[in-house]
Design a protein around this ligand. Structure first.
Ligand SMILES: [Cu+2]
Length: 160
């Protein structure tokens, strides 16, 4: 009886030392397959002195809520999630957004006039017809790299 208990403790500490997940729910949480990114697009930019904006939809097909907590892009020295708000006078302003929670089975849209990926300190202009890679960071440690097509400067959606 005691021996079995001691063995169980021993294998538990081995698992801890090796950094192996002990609870199966921890494995499910870091499963990328439950996060689906759709319709990414960005507007072409005239100059690198102006920030670029990118838009997309994220669906959470998992059974746990997950939060989009940040962004990373080689093309940008400073990529972050912004939110555009329009006040009662019709004046729009934008500010960095906090973590965006996506409920299980839910989705969020980054679209003009709302949440968007703000790409500051552009290393090169966003040229129509080209693409760049953008990494989405999630609360469970998942990092999802996607390819963003660049459409025309006056585009309102992925189709231009
Ligand atoms: Cu912005």
């Amino acid at each position: 009886m005691f021996e079995t208990f001691a063995k169980a403790i021993q294998s538990l500490s081995v698992a801890l030392m090796m950094g192996l997940p002990i609870a199966s729910s921890a494995q499910q949480l870091s499963d990328n397959a439950s996060i689906v990114v759709e319709s990414p697009w960005a507007r072409a930019s005239l100059r690198t002195s102006r920030p670029g904006g990118a838009y997309l939809t994220v669906r959470n097909e998992g059974s746990d809520p997950i939060s989009l907590i940040g962004l990373r892009a080689e093309i940008s020295g400073m990529a972050s999630i912004h939110e555009t708000r329009t006040n009662s006078d019709g004046v729009s302003s934008m500010a960095p957004a906090n973590d965006i929670m996506i409920p299980a089975g839910g989705m969020i849209a980054l679209e003009p006039g709302g949440y968007h990926a703000m790409l500051m300190q552009l290393q090169s202009p966003l040229v129509e017809g080209e693409t760049f890679s953008l990494t989405l960071l999630f609360s469970d440690g998942t990092e999802l790299e996607i390819t963003v097509p660049i459409v025309g400067i006056g585009a309102r959606g992925p189709e231009g």
